[in-house]
Design a binder for this molecule. Structure first.
Ligand SMILES: [Zn+2]
Length: 196
């Protein structure tokens, strides 16, 4: 089997019994490139042999309400062996850890010890309006993304929260366009035609 996980394994959160189980848990999805029965849809080198109807049917296995509950979508394309074996160094995990701890401290200070909230993902809609204030450039960027990607209101909130976290990781007081752009990128599964 080529897929990292099968879309058929994903729960349908529209079923109430499953919805309860999701609670406040944070979800993270790594999307395999294989988005169709043959496994080559969107593949950089191989050709997909499925009909558009077959692909659409397969993509619809991920429901919109489920996608809305996942914070980050990351597209994973096949990595050539030359890159896997390259000696180029990436950021050391110790450094990443330090950055994450600092971002967590910023968030803990933002909400205060009495709030019961310790990270951006937990902020209320009211807090979102106060904390995730964005300038006109960012507003236009987000509006364009909402229109082009046909995003839901919940995805909109999610993007703002994630962009606040990206800004915290960069130790930036304001949410800058690059933070917002990165957060928008993490909603790649919200394209029109997916689920519903
Ligand atoms: Zn295919």
């Amino acid at each position: 089997m080529r897929t990292a996980f099968s879309l058929y394994d994903l729960p349908d959160v529209r079923k109430p019994r499953l919805r309860a189980g999701f609670g406040g848990r944070r979800l993270f999805s790594k999307k395999p490139t294989h988005e169709c029965p043959c496994g080559y849809f969107n593949h950089p080198e191989k050709e997909c042999t499925c009909s558009p109807v077959m692909v659409q049917k397969y993509l619809n296995k991920i429901s919109g309400p489920l996608l809305d509950r996942i914070d980050l979508h990351v597209e994973v394309t096949p990595v050539p062996f030359s890159e896997l074996s390259s000696t180029k160094t990436s950021e050391h995990s110790e450094d990443v850890r330090t950055r994450v701890i600092k971002a967590r401290e910023i968030q803990a200070a933002r909400y205060g010890p009495e709030s019961g909230i310790y990270c951006n993902a937990q902020m209320s809609s009211k807090q979102l309006k106060e904390i995730c204030v964005i300038n006109t450039v960012c507003q236009n960027l987000l509006k364009t993304a909402m229109d082009r990607l046909n995003l839901s209101a919940r995805a909109y909130d999610r993007i703002l929260k994630v962009s606040r976290t990206i800004a915290d990781l960069a130790a930036s007081e304001e949410i800058r366009p690059e933070h917002l752009a990165e957060a928008i990128q993490y909603r790649s599964l919200d394209r029109e035609g997916w689920g519903g």
